[in-house]
Write a protein that binds this ligand. Sequence first.
Ligand SMILES: C[S@@+](CC[C@H](N)C(=O)[O-])C[C@H]1O[C@@H](n2cnc3c(N)ncnc32)[C@H](O)[C@@H]1O
Length: 498
Amino acid sequence: MIIELRATDKLRGPKALDVGPILAAVVQTARDGSLDLARLRVVCDWVQYKQNFRESIDLRTIVPSAFETARADRNGAGGTCASYELAIDLRRSGAIDVSAELTRALADPDRSAPSGRQYLEDWGPGAASCIWDFNALYWKALALWEQATGRGYEQALPGGESDARNLAAARELILKLFAIWDDLAARRALPEELHILELGVGNGNQARIWLDEFLRLDRELGKDYYRRLHYLMGDYSPHVLERARANVSHHAERLSCLTLDATRPSDTLGFLRYKAFLVYISNVYDNLPTDEVVRLGGHLFHVQVRAYLPGPAAERIGEGLGVPPDQVPGLVTRLLRLGPEVLAEALPERFSTLLAAVALWRDAWEALRLEERYLPLEELDAYEVAPGIGGEALLPILETEGDTRMHVSNGAVASFVDTLPLLHPLGVLLCHDLFVTDPHQYAGGFKGPGKYDGSVVNWVNGPLIQAIGGRRGFDVGFAPFAHRVGANVMTLTASVRE
Ligand SMILES: C[S@@+](CC[C@H](N)C(=O)[O-])C[C@H]1O[C@@H](n2cnc3c(N)ncnc32)[C@H](O)[C@@H]1O
């Protein structure tokens, strides 16, 4: 049995977590159980997101490769060659009966007995899970969620507000742009229209602060660039876009709003090719769909997930709606497809008010968990990270770390690669987000998925983005966000290599 204790600050200092009793319980329970200990690995993480998709203790099947299965068949062992990973959340370990939970997790490794879990989907890669439908619904129907919770989305972001609204950061950026434009103007190479693009605009605070400051500096320095400015705001939620537009209505003449998918900006913004002097993206990459991959003993696996509602939660939700628990997934699926407003209209006998449909949404989201299993990833070149980017792009990063588990950041990679062609040769893509900047960080703590209110958060695989940008002739750098001390947020900049 291999026990992996992921390094976390919680294991250090005077208040360090005492993992002795947890590990003793693991060894004792595993010894008393029937699992082959040579086929069991244990991973202890500190899952820092209080709202997340895991139970305190989970068991994952490590599905054998075709080769291992054939060998087991030859040896007469039949289907018994699966291995297992026991995942323990150290943060919650103090609040549970560890031995009882371990016994529960190990009792039925192949889930042959009914567990009461109500599944919302079949097994699939993380990026295809219905958690992303919940995420999209959150942005689409944000006002309803915020009304029901009394909380604005920014309160859930790192530091309780978005770095997008930092005035000093906006000023620094604008002055850099002025310098580039002055230089181009002196060479008579400055285009008449000066394009700036923002993807994933939220409440529009970034746009407002940026445009207000732009206008102020433009007047103060007598530049006359504001008149030529074209600020494009792109988001996949019409509701969010409308809200952002209202927030910057005093700049309406300089503004265009576009409904688009940030993972495929070129579909809508083809006209912007080589024209954008700045593409600004904050707290969006960590909100785009992602798979995870695992390397164990030198073998690669794809993490597959299956969303479910735990039995007691499904019963509670069903009781409130007057349906048995096994009908709750169907209602949740309809909710995700129709949204709470249409669902309430379509099923007035179940939802007497719109608020009742919003309550189903919130209850299901809170209870939502992901079962995980590891599937062999035998042909990495057949795997696609993003359109046109094969799985072999992962190899250099996977190989630096030995055994590891990391995000593929499929949505972020797709967005990044499809945004680069929009940049003017002197343009810059600037992105504030939660980036892993060294593959080694994956060994040092949990990087998602977590829940931010109604949306999903995953740290973004910075080294992968850097390598992919590098191959396309872009310099990609990371720096801690300069205008707030102690933040996890990093700033990525990408510009054409000189
Ligand atoms: C966490 S908010 C960040 C908002 C703002 N940039 C900030 O920092 O406060 C994420 C934003 O990205 C948008 N978004 C998420 N996924 C998207 C996608 N696939 N395409 C376009 N917009 C997306 C959401 O609608 C939301 O406006």
